[in-house]
Ligand binder design. Structure first.
Ligand code: NDP
Length: 449
């Protein structure tokens, strides 16, 4: 296969034609395929044997009706999904997202990314993702419970501890996982590790809530170490104020860094004096218990609130995008670079647009793509599955130690792979190639399935 470039662009055209109206999925496929060029040149069998053709086609996609009754007694209907994308190296694994923006293309992009992320963790997990266009914001606990029960009534047929093990994502936290697990147990009459992110008292793992945020900080630490630098004393911008954002801030504080922002879909708070542990506890209660808005932080601590704004205009050393996809574009990237930013570690999935990524890579700053930098969450889900299978619980130190080690290994793997393929320091190429090769080889071993 001499003309790899021609073959790839033809292939991408075909992906777009076969999956109309799914721009986020096209974006994720393009990013991965373009960085695979060096490995596809060296190993043309991956194209010739149809590995790529199979890789971009989900093994199974389930779309279903989710009817439920609101507090006023009205019948409401949402759309539920589960994408079982690739099981070459293990049972499907990936979160559930409840957000009004959820559609097939967004979940396919997330499930596709998950294939390579899970491969990088070195744990036996395939790629999947699911969710619904349900908005938990403003719903009562009773409404959320009834929705989750209806959602699981259909999903239960398609998942299982050895088949597909969902977890949380945007809009799905401990409360939702509890309701989903309760309904699965009731339908199946079995207590198994069918979901991760469970509460501690009934099969959850210590450190799972913290893992994605902690992992993104560990990844930044590893990147900085390659330049004999550290996070200590750095000013760090964080977007979002949910699970990933909160525990990113917590680990940054542990390491002597200074988090200065949070955001939500209403705007950004900027605390120039730094977000302390006490202020972070306020945010946790505000978001996880009271389910309030981030602007209340500004009222409480006399920080600045920027309505409808993202945090990218705040001068900083490091940035941890931790809200959602495509939240940081090329102009934002330029503003960040002008403000002194030299590290980007993605807690969210695909938060930077391709143009922003290109600029970070071109400028040679430390840029850690989500599929590597935020893999701590799914890694610790993998550790939760192991503990469930063994019917044991590990200590906080044990799980955190394993998480730390996994993040170090992911970093090393990405760094070395990038060097091997002639792109030193390019974590996009390193993560995509390292994640892909393991899955592609497993697919070859298992024949045309
Ligand atoms: P949460 O629901 O806990 O928090 C999401 C945060 O992002 C909220 O502050 C939310 O604000 C904000 N947000 C979401 N959508 C938008 C939007 N369209 N515009 C502006 N702000 C938005 O989710 P998580 O913290 O779990 O997830 C955040 C990101 O991290 C996602 O990209 C997710 O895929 C990724 N991720 C999560 C993992 C996990 O373990 N939870 C693992 C790996 C990646 P608001 O409340 O106003 O909507």
């Amino acid at each position: 296969m001499k003309d790899i470039q021609g073959a790839l662009s033809q292939f991408l055209d075909q992906v777009q034609r076969r999956n109309p109206g799914e721009p986020e999925f096209h974006q994720a496929v393009k990013e991965v395929l373009e960085s695979l060029r060096p490995v596809l040149s060296a190993r043309p069998e991956f194209i010739e044997e149809g590995i790529l053709d199979r890789l971009v086609e989900p093994e199974r996609q389930v779309i279903f009706r989710v009817p439920w009754v609101d507090d006023q007694g009205r019948v409401r209907v949402n759309r539920g999904y589960r994408i079982q994308f690739n099981s070459a190296i293990g049972p499907y694994k990936g979160g559930l997202r409840f957000h009004p923006s959820v559609n097939l293309g967004i979940l396919k992009f997330l499930a596709f990314e998950q294939i390579f992320k899970n491969s990088l963790t070195s744990l036996p997990m395939g790629g999947g993702k699911g969710g619904a266009d349900f908005d938990p914001k403003g719903k009562s606990d009773g409404e959320v419970m009834r929705f989750c029960q209806s959602f699981m009534t259909e999903l239960a047929r398609h998942i299982g501890a050895d088949t597909d093990v969902p977890a949380g994502d945007i809009g799905v936290g401990a409360r939702e996982i509890g309701f989903l697990f309760g309904q699965y147990k009731r339908l199946r009459n079995e207590f198994t590790g069918v979901l991760t992110g469970k509460n501690l008292g009934w099969g959850g793992s210590l450190i799972r809530p913290e893992a994605t945020g902690y992992g993104a900080v560990y990844f930044a630490q590893e990147m900085l170490a390659t330049r004999d630098s550290s996070l200590e004393g750095t000013r760090c911008v964080i977007s979002g104020s949910g699970n990933v954002a909160q525990f990113t801030a917590e680990k940054l504080l542990d390491l002597g860094a200074v988090p200065v922002s949070f955001s939500d879909s209403d705007g950004t708070i900027y605390d120039a004096e730094g977000i302390t542990r006490e202020k972070l506890e306020f945010v946790k209660t505000l978001k996880n218990v009271k389910r309030g808005r981030i602007r209340e932080y500004a009222d409480k601590f006399s920080a600045e609130f920027r309505a409808d704004a993202t945090p990218w205009a705040i001068p900083c050393d490091c940035v941890f995008p931790s809200a959602t996809q495509n939240e940081l574009d090329e102009d934002d990237a330029r503003t960040l670079l002008d403000g002194g930013c030299r590290v980007v570690s993605e807690g969210a999935n695909m938060p930077c647009t391709p143009e922003a990524v290109d600029l970070f890579v071109k400028k040679g700053i430390l840029y850690g793509p989500g599929k590597a930098a935020n893999a701590g969450g799914v890694s610790t889900s993998g550790l939760e599955m192991s503990q469930n299978s063994m019917r044991m619980s590990w200590s906080r130190e044990e799980v955190d130690g394993r998480l730390r080690e996994i993040m170090t290994n992911i970093h090393r793997n990405c760094h070395e792979t990038a060097e091997t393929y002639g792109a030193p320091g390019n974590y996009v190429i390193g993560a995509n190639i390292a994640g892909f090769v393991k899955v592609a080889e497993a697919m070859r071993d298992q024949g045309v399935v």
